[in-house]
Design a protein around this ligand. Sequence first.
Ligand SMILES: [Zn+2]
Length: 154
Amino acid sequence: MIYNDIMPETYIGSTTASLKRRFQKHKNASATFCDRKIYKLFNKSNWSMCHIVLLENVKFYDRKELIKRERFFIDLLKPTLNCVVPFRTRKEYRTDNQNSIRIKKKEYYDNISSIKYECDCGRHIQKGKKKRHVLTKYHQNQILKKLKNQPITI
Ligand SMILES: [Zn+2]
């Protein structure tokens, strides 16, 4: 785990290299990939404020076991800077991001419902207000008038 003295931000990863080497690799990458969330923040505070600590020494035969432990710690400690959660399913992603998905959906529907269209009665109304509008006296009177004026065809 990488943490910072002056920010609450943390990052969890796994490596087969030594901690020192992994940390140096992150520092080197931070210059090249400075738009990545983790590097953006840590660059801001200066890397001398950042530290790497060992959470667990994992003995494994299959690299998957290592990644599983990484996932375990990510779920447990909820680091703020991990964008990619290993082994996360689509469904889990949706649950984790439910709030932002909900906000996006609301924005989408707000947009849709603010689009105006011309009603049969001649009024321009917002799509989202159609249900309420068709129940108004105005709308019903206009429609009735229209019907009465229509030539009757036999
Ligand atoms: Zn109408």
